[in-house]
Write a protein of this length. Structure first.
Length: 421
């Protein structure tokens, strides 16, 4: 019997030593003392302790300086993962997903995400859902994405709650249900998830899944805006500019537009340009307007491209340049901006900034007219009456003239009256 006592004591001593080494290693790791962490954890890891292997992997992966070793981190994550350590499985999956310390391999990422997810790891469940959603490493399957998002969401994973909300909003992988979308957006929003806060605000703005409430929309836009979310800053600026859900305040509109504009939000840059152009909430400054229009225009914002064209056409905030005006009108026109289509038609009609071409003028008038622009409908009617850029056709001319007149366009009404129609 006595022989067993030293063995038991020795066993206890080994256990305490292991625990002490683990605790000291974790404390060193948490304190950023990677060298000490590796010293304490490596002997335990080499003896096959899964937890030590996991923390050693973290030490190699998180260390700064020469001790950082991504390949060693992957090696030890794998050792722990093969012992069914869920967090190691998740971290190994991430390494495969990002190609960090190992060749990128989405199939392997899914393999290890699934291992961890099936053990209930909520981050792995969320990432497995994303893999199914995007069809990375596994066949695209929105229903499976929703299954795993729900698993993670029910454990409080805010990104999964947000994605589950989006799935309900768009009817992907689950029947469309705006009310359920709001439920999940709110859960994520209450945890500070900024995209969920933004989407919850939009739900209140549109009255989708919840009663329309501009005040609540502003509340949630502000929550996200104060965390630096540019689309929410833009929408909050719009709310202040138009007095929707909050007292109208042009200066605060400018403030929030600028916050978003400085993050390269094209719509905010366009709106900030408008504020400078009109002198609303800020001293009128056409040069500043042009600066912001240009930033938005270069990102492809059609309204900004049109306004930049107008600035060049009129020489406001920039030296007059009809060639540049046509350049920006064309950019906007090709995106379907009716006003730009009309203005480029005028340019072809008059030969300003471009070689005169009545056929091109007719084509652009027609494109704008078909979008319902009354002045384009009137000019198109004149083209048909006069045979400018198209064969004369009085019947079509009258049709377009009536369309413009029906919208209240005075020149069209006057011409119809003269024609006795």
């Amino acid at each position: 019997m006595k022989k067993f006592i030293p063995l038991l004591v020795a066993g206890c001593l080994i256990s305490h030593g292991t625990m002490a080494g683990m605790d000291e290693g974790r404390t060193a790791l948490d304190g950023g003392r990677c060298e000490d962490a590796i010293k304490e954890l490596q002997p335990l890891a080499e003896k096959g302790d899964g937890a030590a292997q996991f923390y050693l992997a973290r030490a190699f992966g998180n260390c700064a300086g020469p001790r950082r070793n991504e390949e060693q981190a992957v090696w030890w994550y794998r050792k722990a993962a093969e012992q069914n350590h869920a967090k190691a499985q998740y971290n190994l999956a991430q390494r495969y997903d990002e190609g960090d310390g190992v060749a990128q391999d989405h199939v392997q990422a899914v393999h290890w995400y699934r291992k961890a997810a099936e053990q209930g790891d909520r981050e792995a469940q969320y990432n497995l859902g994303v893999s199914y959603d995007h069809g990375e490493g596994v066949g695209q399957d929105h229903a499976q994405a929703v299954y795993w998002y729900r698993k993670a969401a029910e454990q409080g994973e805010s990104d999964a709650q947000y994605n589950l909300g989006v799935s309900y909003d768009e009817g992907e992988g689950v029947e469309k249900d705006h009310t359920q979308a709001v439920v999940w957006y709110r859960k994520a929003a209450d945890q500070g998830n900024i995209t969920a806060q933004h989407n919850l605000a939009i739900s209140y703005d549109k009255g989708e899944g919840v009663e329309k409430d501009a005040v609540q929309a502003v509340y949630w836009y502000r929550k996200a805006a104060e965390q630096g979310h540019a689309p929410s800053q833009l929408n909050l600026g719009y709310a202040y500019n138009h007095g929707e859900g909050v007292e109208k305040n042009a200066e605060l509109a400018v403030f929030w537009y600028r916050e978003a504009a400085e993050q390269d939000d094209a719509a905010a840059q366009y709106n900030l340009g408008l504020m400078y152009d009109e002198g609303t909430g800020v001293a009128q400054d056409h040069a500043q307007a042009v600066q912001w229009y240009r930033k938005a225009a270069e990102q492809g914002d059609a309204d900004a491209q049109f306004n930049l064209g107008v600035s060049y056409d009129e020489g406001e905030g920039v030296e007059k340049d009809v060639v540049q005006a046509v350049y920006w009108y064309r950019k906007a026109a090709e995106q379907g901006n009716a006003d730009a289509q009309f203005n480029i038609a005028i340019s072809y009609d008059t030969g300003e900034g471009v070689t005169k071409n009545v056929t091109e003028a007719f084509n652009w008038y027609k494109r704008a007219a078909e979008q319902g622009l009354d002045k384009a409908q009137y000019n198109l009617a004149i083209c048909y009456f006069d045979g400018e850029g198209v064969a004369r056709n009085r019947l079509l001319g009258m049709s377009w003239l009536r369309k413009a007149a029906d919208q209240g366009y005075e020149d069209a009404k006057e011409l119809l009256s003269k024609l006795g129609k």
